[in-house]
Design a protein around this ligand. Sequence first.
Ligand code: 7TS
Length: 412
Amino acid sequence: MTPISTLDVTKIRQDFPILQRKIHGHPLVYLDNAASSQKPAVVVAAVSGYFLNSHANVHRGAHQLSVEATDAYESARAVVADFIGGRTKELVFTRGTTESINLVAASWGGANLREGDEILLTLMEHHSNLVPWQLIAARTGARLRFAGLTADARLDLEDLAAKIGPRTRMVAVTHVSNTLGVVNPVAEITALAHEAGALCLVDGAQAAPHLDVDVSEIGCDFYAFSGHKMCGPTGIGALWGRKELLEEMPPYQGGGEMISEVRLDGSSWAAVPHKFEAGTPSVGDAVGLRAAVRYLTRLGLDEIHQHETMLTEYALDRLTELDGFDLFGPRTGRVGVISFRYGDIHAHDLATILDAHGIAIRAGHHCNQPLMNHLGVDATARASVYLYNTHEEIDALVEGLLAARKLFGGFA
Ligand code: 7TS
């Protein structure tokens, strides 16, 4: 049954000034949320309020502004940790998912991987959850393996289970695919990894903005996500990790903030999470992310998910009726990331034509080149929804596709 949305989307849209914009004379229809979401005014106000009233460097000064900045930064850590069900001391601020995964690959991987060890990934990983592992595999002699997909483009759990063995040290998997929209059973995958004595890292970039994530329910060892996809600023994200693991891991970068004592002949490290936050952090962005998390929490992640599910069902109903529309990925067990082919119009042409109608979608490989090879395409068109999207915007997408088809004089 299609769920009923309880979100007041008309009101929510007023929180996002950019949604009032016209693009090429048309109202903006923003359907590129999997790449980055738009920002509510409260997030922008939180960042500017911080810089206009409370900015100083953190953890350093005894003066009032430094205390205020430190309080704001550390309060942001607590709010963001709580958002995913983690403890404050286990939450490392990073630039985003990419940096979070690089941190684990370089620090944990550098200290623990040996020749012949295996890192198990999947065919649907974003390059951010692939290239860092390639780098550390090349340095350590570890080997990458890949779980495949089923015929309907879900993760093949049997294949994944079969590829976990005594040499597996890490299973790193995306919670939600940024191309296929499928939601992976990360708790089950974590349990499989743990049974074999391996760790599990979950790439939550496409999940944390849309699902009620609880790392203690998942049971994973690391969870990575980005602020800019969940109404927060760019340049801030987080790595949550189990404390005992973070404590054992060597620093990722060296510098100020991450030490307890520095001598000429060596140094000792600050306690986690500070050990992993060398240099002046992005305090304003952390404050913005705190505002974003509070905004999403106030609306309710379950309510947001319900709205998106309803919109996705509507979109798939309408789109799959179109002659020549071909969906990548399954119809069910997915979120509102809709990758498709439309007749013989190349994805890039489609995105350009839709842009002329004010409709923002993405075309390309979505940093999923191995997945594109598996699907036998070089690119897909991708529309992705978020809390502020409406049925009318889905209708506009359908109209835009029909207009593109007309422009191309039908399909071959
Ligand atoms: N992992 C997944 C599953 C992603 O979708 C992305 C970004 C990342 C990692 C990297 O996140 P970042 O914030 O560190 O860049 N995905 C996309 C996308 O699908 N289109 O643009 C960025």
